[in-house]
Design a protein around this ligand. Structure first.
Ligand SMILES: Nc1ncnc2c1ncn2[C@@H]1O[C@H](COP(=O)(O)OP(=O)(O)OP(=O)(O)O)[C@@H](O)[C@H]1O
Ligand SMILES: [Mg+2]
Ligand SMILES: [Zn+2]
Length: 540
């Protein structure tokens, strides 16, 4: 018997075998069960996803006399004829080669005749978008009033090329790309039946490469079997199909996460040694980072159940990505992704893609890592828990400041408060003086050397005169006032200076307290950071 390619040999013969198109199968079966089968159906979708197969299965379901619940027997005369493609009442027309108006006219002439047997005559027009405008017009007439025994099934990969007049007379079914996971499942069934063995990774390579087309996957499998014989390995598939080695991709990711420069350089060497296309490699890396991001966010949000939906990857790769993601924050992955995205564009444009890819990998390997604050805090507080409860100790209320004061401080401050009411400007200057001595007759004020500027303004005869008046007024009797300058630079601190040192001391104390706190110390060493400023926060 002549060799039959896998794709034809393994054409699904029932809706149950039609993978990834359950939504279509379900609707069709429902229509059959409720006898609401439309007279014109349009099957659209990418190449090799089961449109023609579904049309034949539907034809069988409509015509098989042994069908149970509209599942064809695949054994009767009708079923076998349809499978072989030579049934009299199931007319398959290739729209690409029969696209003229005369072809449709011929077809219309046969429509009036009843089926040779059974209830339905089925016309399957493949590649219907290839029909000429006049052919479409000829078809339109038939579609307006189709005989009860006729069912049209149109199939196309390009529905946008079909006139709306036709579209509006059809019930449309959109076939989808088939996820690699399902393709791999089908390939497994096939190789087992064919007596072929294959490493799971090898089937995944084929599944991924066929981009959702089951027919493509089966053609690739044919090709690989021809080259490799009955035992297929991952490496052989990489070789035969010229694909990027997935292990190389995961090594790359591993190296750049571990910031392992030598391995990165090694990988670049391999990429070129094996003759990979730098653009493809960068693109694949970008896609893998996207997968990493999906893993990261689904794990972080406790939505791991969504992974299967968004990651068309073998389980081992998902597990590996999970491990990678543990050492990265979401920000890290974003950063790596953004860098790679830009890198891909650079590699595509580059005169010498190799060096651009080289630089990209090195930059990625050396990219700064933003460690997640949550993770750090968890480590700081000994795993789990948050920093908040302990920070109350750090913050505290401002400590009551006690600064050593001389015996006259209170008296002097009291007097200054009063002077402020009469002569605020003078009081502001006097704030820089201290009482050196006070007895029943005389008040001696002193400025330190640093405050000479104020001393000069206050020690004039005129100001001293004013002062004596004010002292007399507030202390109830006349005093002599003397204003001195302490040239040595030392001396008593004025109220203003006392305030300043108190504030400084308070800040210094607080700062020391904060820096000495074990949590802060730990954070500093973990982050290898230094404290540049300390701010009070409202919410802790
Ligand atoms: N959904 C599917 N489940 C299982 N096998 C499929 C599926 N889709 C396609 N195949 C395989 O691919 C082959 C081609 O499928 P089919 O002719 O139905 O695709 P198609 O959608 O009509 O493609 P085209 O648009 O290129 O005509 C089938 O013989 C079968 O082996
Ligand atoms: Mg087809
Ligand atoms: Zn049958």
């Amino acid at each position: 018997m002549a060799y039959q390619v896998l794709a034809r040999k393994w054409r699904p013969q029932s809706f149950g075998e039609l993978m990834g198109q359950e939504h279509v199968a379900q609707t069709l079966v429902n229509a059959l069960k409720s006898s609401r089968m439309p007279h014109a159906l349009l099957f659209t979708g990418p190449r090799g996803v089961g449109k023609t197969s579904a049309a034949r299965i539907l034809a069988k379901s409509l015509r098989c006399t042994n069908a149970k619940d509209f599942v064809p027997c695949n054994e009767c005369h009708d079923c076998l004829e349809i499978t072989a493609g030579n049934a009299i009442d199931v007319i398959e027309v290739d729209g690409a080669s029969n696209n003229g108006v005369e072809n449709i006219r011929e077809l219309r002439e046969t429509i009036g005749y009843m089926p040779s047997r059974g209830k339905y005559k089925i016309y399957i027009i493949d590649e219907v978008h290839m029909l000429s405008t006049s052919a479409f017009n000829a078809l339109l007439k038939t579609l307006e009033e189709p005989p009860a025994h006729v069912i049209f099934i149109f199939a196309t990969t390009e529905p946008q090329k079909i006139p709306v007049t036709i579209l509006s007379r059809c019930q449309r079914f959109d076939f989808r790309r088939i996820p690699a996971r399902k393709v791999v499942e089908r390939l497994k069934t096939i190789i087992e039946a064919e007596g072929v063995t294959a490493e799971p990774q090898a089937l995944w390579l084929i599944g991924r490469e066929s981009e959702g087309s089951m027919r493509d996957s089966q053609s690739l499998l044919d090709q690989v079997i021809t080259f490799c014989g009955k035992n297929i390995t991952h490496d052989q598939v990489v070789d035969v199909l010229g694909l990027t080695d997935r292990t190389l991709l995961s090594q790359t990711l591993g190296a750049l996460i571990a910031r392992d420069v030598p391995t990165s350089l090694d990988i670049i060497e391999k990429v070129f040694h094996l003759g990979y296309d730098p653009k493809q490699f960068a693109q694949d890396l970008l896609h893998h980072l996207r997968n990493l991001m999906i893993v990261k966010v689904t794990v972080d949000t406790g939505k791991e159940n969504l992974q299967l939906e968004f990651l068309d990857l073998p389980d081992e790769e998902i597990t590996e990505l999970k491990k990678f993601s543990e050492n990265l924050s979401e920000e890290d992955v974003h950063l790596l992704f953004d860098m790679t995205l830009k890198g891909v564009q650079d590699v595509v444009r580059a005169q010498d893609p190799r060096i651009v890819l080289e630089m990209l990998l090195l930059r990625l390997t050396q990219a700064p890592r933003i460690t997640s604050i949550d993770k750090l805090l968890a480590q700081v507080s000994g795993g789990g828990g948050s920093l908040k409860p302990q920070t109350t100790q750090v913050k505290g209320t401002p400590a009551k400041v006690t600064v050593k004061t001389d015996i006259y401080t209170d008296k002097w401050s009291g007097l200054l408060e009063n002077i402020k009411k009469d002569k605020p400007l003078l009081a502001a200057k006097l704030e820089y003086a201290a009482i050196k001595s006070l007895d029943n007759e005389k008040l001696s004020l002193t400025f330190r050397k640093e405050q000479e500027f104020f001393y000069n303004q206050v020690s004039t005869k005129e100001v001293v005169g004013q002062l004596m008046e004010l002292v007399g007024k507030y202390w109830g009797r006349p005093y002599e006032v003397e204003v001195l300058l302490n040239k040595s630079g030392e001396g008593l601190a004025s109220p203003q200076e006392q305030k300043e040192t108190a504030a400084e001391k308070h800040i210094k104390d607080q700062r020391e307290k904060i820096e000495a706190h074990p949590l802060v110390k730990e954070a500093k060493s973990l982050l290898k950071a230094k404290i540049t400023s300390i701010k009070a926060s409202e919410d802790i």
